[in-house]
Design a protein around this ligand. Structure first.
Ligand SMILES: *Cc1c(COP(=O)(O)O)cnc(C)c1O
Length: 506
């Protein structure tokens, strides 16, 4: 498609509305991941106005646009207050959780190298449940990951197991409050104390939960009040209810915080000083997040979190009453992970992925998470992930009625990950990969061949969007080696964004 002439203003917006009609609903609470609906429409409206007011600002340079510095000051001040940092805690607003996590890693790596005179590859030490953003950070910043298996029945890590791996090569220990997969808060006090004793930095990833847990009655302390915690990340675009593109990273001490920066004047252009990874950057998400914090204040957050806690409790109790299902571990956050109750005979079990596909027929979108085998050989079960937001409180009863009905339709049906047909398809897929892509890694190997393998298993990207039933795809992923699955997923996601029609491979 080309754009030879001007299009009418109204036509442009109509077209965009048509695109948007394809999306999952971002408001109303029917999607229980990715989006965080406060249930108060005026918040989205306020965020929109704030975004528009700052839309043309370049947040790259606060000397030219002081509003950027002023908004950032307020957010950092609010964040360090609610996360119990004293006046020796400093911070930055970033574009999201991934950027906050990556900058925490970059900071720790640079300080580890300079304090210890090391130039080799250091380690990030964390429970296996640590967010994938740290896998990405290790990849980008050339560090290795030492992942400690969790108890396969509770999903919780043993502090002693993790502490036993704290050696001189560890540049950063990461703990989560809570972790994404199971909603558990790691044993942060013990781990942070042990890290401090050994002079190792300790990051608390509170990206998802931070702005809810600050008002949650958690069973253990988890924030900057904990001795030994050197940095903490919390996403404004999750339970801070801001539109996407905002997170805060707090660091203890100016020396540590400055190690986060990048500066250069070794080129002929303007002197560069960046607190974050981007160069030119939007002020809109920052302004929207600032507006929401200023508007809600502590009391507003407290009230929203009270609603979340009530909804989480009701949903957890309700789900536990559905025969064949159970909740993984004992989450201490608004995240619930649903697994099969394997204590029951097979004909009474409910497979979580079949449940999620069935729930979609009732209008609910739950997130499928595949199972995985840990480095110690134990297996973490495939499951369904629920992120409970304030809007959920408005329709808890309807949700439970629908999920109960969905469970009734799939009870006794065998889970796909162990099925013969999936096992056979996985074998064929893997053979095709080996034959045609040889020793390809997760990003190498020729693309038309990868696309052809996808087509062979019935995946067609021409129309954009994913199939209604996700269980077969997830089961397949669980049955093929990671690098094969990753390579095929890259092909799939990349194809979605490419101009159509695509040439057919020879
Ligand atoms: C969401 C999340 C991240 C990454 O954040 P993005 O905003 O998606 O980049 C990191 N850690 C945890 C625990 C998260 O839930």
């Amino acid at each position: 498609m080309s754009y030879p002439s001007e299009a009418p203003y109204a036509h442009v917006l109509k077209k965009l509305q048509e695109f948007r009609a394809r999306d999952a609903p971002t408001q109303g609470g029917s999607v229980l991941s990715y989006v965080y609906d406060s249930g108060r429409p005026e918040l989205d409206e306020l965020a929109g106005h704030a975004h528009l007011l700052t839309q043309t600002v370049n947040a790259l340079d606060p000397t030219v646009f002081p509003s950027v510095a002023l908004m950032e000051r307020d957010i950092v001040d609010f964040a360090r207050d609610i996360f119990h940092g004293d006046t020796d805690v400093f911070g930055t607003v970033t574009s999201g959780g991934t950027e906050s996590c990556m900058l925490a890693v970059k900071t720790a790596r640079d300080l580890w190298r300079s304090n210890r005179g090391r130039h080799d590859i250091g380690k990030i030490l964390a429970p296996v449940t640590v967010h994938a953003a740290f896998h990405k950070a290790a990849h980008y910043f050339d560090l290795t990951l030492d992942l400690i298996p969790v108890d396969p029945t509770t999903g919780e890590v043993s502090a002693a197991d993790l502490i036993a791996h704290m050696d001189d090569d560890v540049a950063l220990v990461v703990v989560s409050a809570p972790n994404y997969p199971y909603g558990a808060i790691d044993p942060i006090e013990e781990i942070a104390a042990a890290a401090k004793e050994r002079g190792i930095a300790c990051h608390v990833d509170a990206c998802i939960g931070g702005f809810a847990l600050a008002w949650w009655d958690t069973r253990t302390p988890w924030d900057l009040a904990v001795d030994g915690v050197t940095s903490l990340s919390a996403d404004l675009h999750k339970y801070g209810y801001a539109p996407k593109g905002a997170s805060v990273l707090l660091q203890r001490g100016t020396t540590r915080q400055r190690a986060q920066y990048f500066a250069t004047r070794a080129w002929p252009g303007y002197p560069v000083v960046n607190s974050t990874m981007l160069g030119s950057k939007p002020a809109g998400p920052l302004a929207a997040a600032w507006a929401i914090i200023t508007y809600l204040g502590r009391d507003g957050f407290q009230e929203l979190t009270t609603n979340i806690a009530a909804a989480t409790n009701d949903i957890r109790t309700g789900l536990e009453k559905i025969p064949g299902l159970r909740i993984m571990g004992n989450p201490d956050s608004p995240l619930l992970t649903v697994i099969t109750d394997t204590s029951l005979p097979r004909n009474e079990r409910v497979d979580p992925h079949l449940l999620a596909d069935a729930a979609r027929n009732h209008g609910w979108m739950l997130q499928h998470q595949p199972g995985m085998t840990q480095s110690d050989g134990t297996h973490l079960p495939h499951n369904v992930h629920l992120t409970i937001t304030p809007v959920t409180a408005h329709h808890t009863a309807r949700f439970l009625t629908d999920i109960t009905a969905a469970a009734d339709t799939v009870r006794g049906m065998p889970g796909l990950p162990d099925s013969k047909i999936i096992g056979e398809t996985a074998r064929q897929l893997n053979d095709a990969f080996d034959t045609h892509l040889g020793h390809a890694s997760n990003t190498t190997g020729d693309s038309p061949t990868a696309a052809a393998i996808l087509t062979r298993i019935g995946i067609n990207t021409a129309d954009a969007g994913m199939p209604q039933a996700m269980a077969p795809l997830l089961a397949l992923l669980q049955n093929i080696p990671n690098h094969v699955g990753e390579r095929l997923l890259i092909e799939l996601i990349a194809e979605l964004s490419q101009p159509q029609p695509r040439p057919t491979p020879e």
